[in-house]
Design a protein around this ligand. Structure first.
Ligand code: COA
Length: 381
């Protein structure tokens, strides 16, 4: 083991598991108890009683809003739904088969060009940028989906909240109240999750005092991986491959025997049920019943039962969100961008927190290479 001058030997932890790499009051995960809190409030209470907009205020301001503060934030968000026309024109030039999460990443990076205040990272200016980004993610994701289908983006409906406006812009018609509320709670559940990979990425970039667009662009890149936000799309692909409830048990047993990972199961922190999965399981059932198609919910229950029996693994946030979104008629490859439509609230909250008390994030690596080698000229090797 190599000792660093300013780091004790043996401090490296694979994947930084168990290492507290920042202090934060935004959210906390208790993996043993299966508990998630945002600024002190239990996720179950927020899922039951709150709205995504109220949660955004909470994440950014460390407390719940008064009703006038909430109305003011809702007004600012709704006034910012529109995306610069140049960015929509840019998206129209992308290949039609580009993965929507990559469209979002590049669009967000480009949005910086059209925000003259982007480089201003004072709290006041950063909150304005956070409002713009949080409001515009749903417009970008829904617009990108329509553009690739050869349709014009639907202009945002300034009277709707983010959840209902997203479904409206995606489909061109107002969602039912039930779908809008379920989607609103999905946004609450995905809003923040302590130092997950994409949030850590956002904080590392913000820690260099790069602007919010740079930090969020990097975070989207981290989210896109199959071990993070990419898992939900792969869950639905697996369910479609299984095809029928009676195939679930043999399919999963075979996959486990082949040492394949089943997407939507296991978690780096939770050692018991992911509290978000509790709500999403219910939504999967509700949306299935409402659509008169409970097959995907029943198949998911069977998969869950087999994986619990065989491996003792619990479903994570991605497992039941897949069948919920599928029953809401949302295309598979939008599940990860939808994660971002919610998580932008947490990313921006963490960036604000990082800017407020910044220290460049610069850990050490535990060097395992050779030392003191003699350089041999190339013609003698
Ligand atoms: N399917 C099958 N086996 C799994 C599994 C899964 N989804 N998740 C973990 N395991 C098994 C591993 O194979 C390993 O078994 P072993 O000890 O016999 O080798 C053991 O459980 C520990 O897995 P490991 O990958 O080391 O745990 P981790 O804490 O580092 O990983 C994840 C956490 C999330 C990366 C991992 O569970 C995973 O890849 N899940 C699937 C992807 C996913 O759903 N991601 C979204 C997370 S919210």
């Amino acid at each position: 083991m190599t000792t660093k001058a300013n780091a004790p030997a043996g401090t490296s932890a694979a994947g930084l598991r168990g290492v507290a790499a920042a202090t934060s009051s935004i959210s906390d995960v208790n993996g043993e108890k299966g508990e998630l809190i945002y600024q002190g409030y239990n996720i179950h209470d927020l899922a039951e009683h709150s709205t995504f907009e109220e949660v955004i205020f909470l994440l950014w301001n460390k407390r719940l809003p008064t009703s006038s503060e909430l109305s003011a934030l809702e007004r600012s968000l709704r006034a910012a739904y529109e995306v610069p026309g140049e960015v929509i024109a840019l998206i129209k030039q992308f290949p039609r088969d580009t993965d929507p999460i990559d469209v979002l990443r590049t669009a967000v990076s480009a949005m910086e060009f059209y925000d003259r205040d982007a480089r201003n990272i004072s709290r006041e200016a950063s909150v304005k940028t956070a409002i713009k980004l949080t409001a515009q993610f749903s417009t970008l994701v829904a617009g990108a989906d329509r553009i690739r289908r050869g349709l014009e983006p639907v202009p945002p409906a300034g009277l709707l909240n983010i959840a209902a406006n997203f479904l409206y812009q995606l489909k061109g018609e107002r969602p039912s109240e039930r779908d809008a509320r379920i989607f609103d709670v999905c946004l609450i559940l995905h809003a923040d999750h302590e130092l997950n990979a994409s949030t850590f990425t956002a904080r590392v970039v913000a820690g260099t005092l790069a602007d919010m667009y740079a930090a969020v662009t990097a975070a989207i890149g981290a989210l896109s991986g199959p071990l993070h936000g990419g898992a939900n799309t792969n869950v639905m692909k697996t369910l479609l491959e299984i095809g029928a409830v009676e195939n679930a048990e043999p399919y999963i047993k075979k996959a486990l025997a082949e040492k394949r990972k089943i997407m939507g199961f296991g978690h780096a922190v939770y050692k018991t049920e992911d509290p978000r999965a509790t709500h999403l399981r219910k939504f999967s059932k509700e949306t299935g019943e409402a659509a008169g198609d409970s097959k995907w919910y029943e198949m998911s229950r069977k998969v869950e039962e087999v994986i619990m029996r065989e491996k003792g693994l619990f479903p994570n946030v991605d497992f039941y969100s897949a069948s919920t979104y599928y029953m809401m008629g949302i295309p598979l490859d939008l599940y990860t961008p939808i994660f971002a439509v919610s998580r932008i609230s947490g990313w921006t909250g963490h960036i604000l927190e990082q800017y407020a008390d910044n220290k460049l994030i610069r850990p050490r690596a535990e060097y395992v290479g050779q030392r003191d080698l003699t350089y041999i000229p190339i013609e003698q090797r």
